[in-house]
Design a protein. Structure first.
Length: 219
C-alpha cells in the first residue's frame, strides 16, 4: 500500500510543473499514467489517492474524467476515488468512441444506477447500464461487468443519438427516450413520448449533465 501511494505521488510529481503548492490544485493530471498505475493493483484502497487530486471536492477541474469522477463520488459515496477514476476513464473512452459528450453519457449512467455495478431495478434491469438480461444477451454483453456494460451502453446510446440527430430538434433527448422507453415509443410519437416517467428521466439527466459541466474550468 505504501509503495502504491509513493508511486502515485511520483507519477503526479512527474506531471506537475514546479509551481507553488497552492496553485497545483488546478494543474492537469496525467490521468492515463495514473489509471495505468492503479490498474496494477485492482484491490487498491480508495484512500491511496487522498491528497493527490481534488476529486470529490475542490476547485474546478480541467479534464472531463475528473469532473465525472467527482460527480460519481458525490452521487454514490460508497465509490472511492480510485474506482471513480477507473469508471470515469471508461466512460470518457466509450463516449468518445461513440460521438457523445462524455458528461452527457456519464449523467445517463448516474441516473440509471449511480454507477452501482450491483444495481437491480424493480423491473429486472441490472448493472451499471441497467440492461434487461435479455437485451444484454442479445448484444452479447455481461451486464454485471461494469466496463463491458459502459462500453455497450455508449454504443447503444451513440447509435440512437446518431439516428435521431437529423430527425429531431434535440437528438440527445430522443436518444434518452429510446434508452428509457424503447425506440418503438420514439417512433410511435415521432419524438419523446408523453410518458411522465420518461420526461422526468430526461430532465434529471439534463440537470446532472449541466452540473457536471459546471465542475469544469473554462479552457
Amino acid at each position: 500500500m505504501r509503495l502504491l501511494s509513493l508511486g502515485v505521488a511520483l507519477a503526479l510529481a512527474a506531471c506537475t510543473p514546479n509551481i507553488p503548492h497552492n496553485a497545483r490544485l488546478t494543474t492537469p493530471v496525467h490521468l492515463k499514467r495514473l489509471v495505468t498505475m492503479l490498474g496494477s493493483d485492482p484491490g487498491v484502497r480508495a484512500d491511496a489517492l487522498k491528497g493527490a487530486v481534488p476529486i470529490r471536492d475542490g476547485p474546478r477541474v480541467r479534464r472531463a474524467q475528473l469532473a465525472i469522477a467527482r460527480a460519481i463520488m458525490r452521487t454514490n459515496p460508497r465509490i472511492g476515488q480510485a474506482r471513480a477514476l477507473f469508471l470515469a476513464d471508461a466512460t470518457v473512452q466509450s463516449a468518445t468512441a461513440n460521438d457523445l459528450p462524455p458528461e452527457f453519457f456519464a449523467a445517463t449512467m448516474l441516473q440509471e444506477s449511480a454507477y452501482d455495478s450491483d444495481a437491480v431495478s424493480s423491473a429486472g434491469a441490472v448493472g451499471i447500464a441497467q440492461f434487461m438480461p435479455e437485451t444484454a444477451a442479445g448484444i452479447g454483453v455481461d451486464p454485471w461487468d461494469p466496463f463491458a456494460a459502459i462500453a455497450a451502453a455508449g454504443a447503444l446510446l451513440g447509435a440512437y443519438a446518431q439516428t435521431y440527430r437529423s430527425r429531431y430538434a434535440d437528438g440527445y433527448a430522443a436518444a434518452l427516450a429510446a434508452y428509457n422507453a424503447g425506440p418503438l415509443a420514439v417512433a410511435r410519437y415521432n419524438g419523446v413520448p408523453p410518458y411522465a416517467e420518461t420526461r422526468e428521466y430526461i430532465a434529471l439527466i439534463y440537470d446532472r449533465w449541466a452540473r457536471m459541466v459546471s465542475y469544469e474550468a473554462s479552457p
